[in-house]
Each structure stands twice: as structure tokens, then as C-alpha cells.
Design a protein around this ligand. Structure first.
Ligand SMILES: *Cc1c(COP(=O)(O)O)cnc(C)c1O
Length: 459
């Protein structure tokens, strides 16, 4: 051992990333392109520009440029809450009595409480550059909506958020945070949109879903002059922006000569995990180093571990482009007792392709064991983790306990994506013994798979 590793490794301002890293540039087999649902042809830039900001469309379609400059204004915004700390979990190691060395990259140190702000500011910035009036989006648990509201307030853009109705009702404080930052928040499905009306007619009393809120937000963006739609996960551009997490982690580790053996992240749409692993995966793809990557998902929404790798709709209203991804079908809605986030039916095309090539593993965990891990972690490391993040904590702890059995001194890095202050109803259920696990049966999943489209000549 050379020097003692501090509890927290920070980067100096001049060591922070000035460019994002695009892992697609190092993939020999690229992720499959988005398809036009009408024609089955790859989406052209002009078609995407009706929905998304111009510069973001360029980033979405760019499979070749490895490094993309982070505009100075975004770098300056990042400086308000970045670099995020890379923490050596000495207390957790001691608690687990493991020879493993555990590190986590903590993204919860900003008001939105998650990593989502890293992409929100980028997307809002390009909308502003294009001279738009505002942006529309969906939010489930509310982290993305909050992050986007903050970014829009900073840049003086209007922000319209469609919030899944059940969360709108269960998380009034999240909603008020968004309104504090000037966003308008509408429960979805709503009567504001044609697609919302259609969904309400077909499913009266529905409490909504992410896929449904996406359809509404897209409709509002495409029917209002000066608006575009932005999305907080899944898309290639979002993984690109989130690469700042991995770049900072790698720079901090390199500073102390640390090399992780295992890198773990929770996976909803795949953006934090994709961002965390990108620079490490780049080394693996170029044959410069090897790492074990583990995606962790809820057993109640098992896109990687039980989904199909096919083209599917990203939204319920089937108005978005088709993406090739591990999917449970756009009609899949996790069981009502599922409390832990990560409930999108599909997964980033980049991560889906890497997983399909065997470059990454995936594990599914049940929510009661996730909350038990969250609580254990909170008590020794102090941070109150988001349920989503706790999926990664659970598997990081499992890996560290394996090292205890084998005596291996592995270095484990995991992404701690956010804090759980708005998730106390879920914690309450856990504490009161009212939380249960539900794993969908094969028949449950089949219903979702039945809704995956067949596309002539493709699938
Ligand atoms: C949104 C969110 C996630 C999951 O989204 P990804 O795109 O898969 O990263 C994980 N953790 C927190 C705290 C989130 O807000």
C-alpha cells in the first residue's frame, strides 16, 4: 500500500471532465437504430427534430465521436454541485467484516436528490440554444421532473411535467418542489391530450404509468409551437451526459492508483449505470483492461433478466420511435405493491447491446431485501439512500460478503444515485412489515410480450 486512501476523494475544479465520453464510439457492433413505427425505417434526423432538440438529435445519432465537448455554461452549472464525492465505505467494510474494498460514487448531493440533474441541465441548455420557449416531459417518482425544473429555472425556460397520477397523489411534496422551481405539473393520464383522453376512455380509473405520461408529454411538445420533449433516461444522449459520473469516478480512482474489479449500478432505463460504466467499458472494449459489470434491477420489473431483446414501443400510446432493447412490452406495469422505482418496461439500447454481447451481467433482487440493505447501509454510512440506489447497495453488499468467504480482496465500485427523503412511505411499509415481494409469473410477462409489435422483415 502506498498512501492512505481518504474517506472521500474529490477532484479539483481543474480536474473535472471537460468532455463527455460516448461509449458507442468504441463498440464494434453498434446499438440498433431507432425505427419509425410507421415505415419500419431508421429514424432520420429531420423526423426526430420534430420531437427533440436539434443538437440532442445529433448526439442521439452519433455512434462515432468518442469525446464531445461539454459547453462552458454546463461545466459552470456542474461546478455548483460537482464533483460528486467518491466515498470509500470504510464503515460498511468494517460492519460487513469483509476484506473487499468498497467505494461508492454519491450523486444525491443536490436538491433534486439524484444524478438526473447531470442530463437535465444539458438538455435544457440545448433547448435554450435553439431558441425554444420550453420543454415537456414525464416523471414517475419525481426525481427527473425535479431535476428538469431546476435546470429550466436556471436557464429561464418553461417546463411542463406530466406526472404519473399515482405518484402525483402519493408524493405531494415532490410536486411542490417542482412548482417551487416554476414547473407546471399535471397528473397523467389527463384530459389535456388526445392520447390521455384515449387512455382514460379505455382504462377509466387508471393511476397511470410512465409509458402513458411519455405519450402525453410528446403530444404536447409536438402540438405546441416552440416546445420540444425531453427524456430523463433510456436514450443514448442521456447516457452520454451521465458519463460525467464515470469520468469523475475514474479520474478520482486513477489519482490514487485504484482499479475496481467489480462495478455495480441499479438499472431503470440504464442512464446512471451506463454513465458510471462508460469509461471503464471503453477500456474493456479497446482491450486495455477488464472489469466485471453488474446491472441490478427489481425482480418485479425484470427487463434484463427476463425480458426479450426486440424492437418495442417506448410509450403506451405507441407514438414514439421504436427502440431495440431488452423489454417486457410497453403494456407491462409492475405490480401495485412495487415501491422501489426502476419501473420502466424497457432498457437503454446501448446497455441492451452490451448485455447481449455478454460484456455485462444483470441480477434481479426483491424489494424487501433491497430495503433491508438500504437500512443497514443508512445506519453505518449515514446516507439515507433512494430505493432505486439501494438495489446497487444490496448487490455490492452481496459481493463484499462473497469476498469474506473466499478471502479475496476485491475492489468494488457502485453508484449511489440518490437520497430517499421522498420515499418514506415505502420505508414506513418496510418498517411496519407491510412490504411484500411480488415476482411476475411467466403468464404475467406473456401479456406484456404479446404487445410487442411484429415488424415485417425485422421481427
Ligand atoms: C431515475 C433514478 C434511477 C434510475 O434511472 P436510470 O436511468 O436507470 O439511472 C436510479 N436512481 C435514482 C435515484 C433515480 O432518480
Amino acid at each position: 500500500m502506498s498512501q492512505e486512501i481518504p474517506y472521500k476523494i474529490y477532484l479539483e475544479e481543474n480536474e473535472m471532465p471537460k468532455q463527455w465520453y460516448n461509449v458507442r464510439a468504441d463498440m464494434k457492433k453498434k446499438p440498433a437504430p431507432l425505427l419509425n413505427p410507421g415505415t419500419g425505417e431508421p429514424m432520420k434526423a429531420e423526423e426526430l427534430e420534430a420531437v427533440f432538440c436539434k443538437e440532442l438529435v445529433q448526439q442521439e445519432l452519433d455512434n462515432d465521436t468518442a469525446y464531445i465537448d461539454i459547453p462552458q455554461e454546463i461545466q459552470d452549472f456542474y461546478k455548483m454541485y460537482r464533483p460528486s464525492p467518491l466515498v470509500r465505505a470504510y464503515c460498511l467494510e468494517k460492519h460487513l467484516d469483509t476484506p473487499a474494498k468498497i467505494y461508492y460514487k454519491f450523486e444525491g448531493n443536490n436538491t433534486s436528490g439524484s444524478h438526473k440533474l447531470n442530463s437535465a441541465i444539458a438538455q435544457a441548455y440545448y433547448a435554450k440554444q435553439q431558441g425554444l420557449k420550453g420543454v415537456t416531459t414525464e416523471t414517475g417518482a419525481g426525481q427527473w421532473g425535479t431535476a428538469l425544473s431546476m435546470a429550466c429555472a436556471y436557464l429561464g425556460l418553461d417546463c411542463k411535467v406530466y406526472m404519473v397520477k399515482v405518484s402525483y397523489e402519493q408524493k405531494p411534496f415532490r410536486r411542490e418542489v417542482m412548482r417551487t422551481y416554476g414547473a407546471s405539473v399535471t397528473p397523467s393520464p389527463s384530459m389535456d391530450t388526445e392520447v390521455g383522453k384515449r387512455i382514460l376512455e379505455a382504462h377509466p380509473g387508471t393511476t397511470g404509468s410512465l409509458g402513458c405520461a411519455i405519450s402525453e408529454a410528446v403530444e404536447v411538445a409536438t402540438t405546441n409551437e416552440g416546445y420540444r420533449y425531453v427524456l430523463g433516461s433510456v436514450l443514448n444522449q442521456v447516457l452520454l451526459h451521465q458519463s460525467v459520473i464515470g469520468l469523475e469516478s475514474k479520474a478520482a480512482m486513477d489519482k490514487y492508483g485504484i482499479k475496481p474489479d467489480v462495478i455495480i449500478g441499479c438499472a431503470g432505463g440504464g442512464s446512471n449505470l451506463g454513465g458510471l460504466i462508460s469509461p471503464f467499458m471503453g477500456e474493456k472494449l479497446r482491450g486495455e483492461a477488464d472489469y466485471q459489470f453488474i446491472a441490478v434491477e427489481p425482480a418485479s420489473c425484470p427487463s434484463f433478466t427476463r425480458g426479450k431483446y426486440l424492437y418495442d414501443f417506448c410509450d403506451t400510446g405507441m407514438i414514439c420511435p421504436l427502440a431495440k432493447m431488452y423489454t417486457l412490452g410497453s403494456g407491462f406495469i409492475p405490480s401495485a405493491n412495487h415501491a422501489g422505482g426502476l419501473r420502466f418496461h424497457g432498457m437503454s439500447s446501448i446497455l441492451s447491446e452490451l448485455y447481449d454481447q455478454g460484456l455485462m451481467e444483470a441480477r434481479a433482487v426483491e424489494q424487501t431485501e433491497v430495503f433491508a440493505a438500504a437500512e443497514e447501509f443508512a445506519r453505518v454510512e449515514g446516507i439515507l439512500p433512494a430505493p432505486e440506489s439501494s438495489h446497487a447497495i444490496k448487490v455490492a453488499m452481496d459481493e463484499a460478503l462473497k469476498c469474506k468467504e473466499t478471502g479475496e480482496e476485491k475492489t468494488i465500485l457502485f453508484g449511489l444515485t440518490g437520497t430517499g427523503y421522498f420515499d418514506m412511505v415505502a420505508y414506513e411499509k418496510f418498517h411496519d412489515g407491510e412490504m411484500s415481494d411480488y415476482i411476475p409469473t411467466d403468464e404475467d410477462l406473456q401479456k406484456g410480450f404479446d404487445g410487442i409489435p411484429s415488424i415485417p422483415g425485422i421481427q
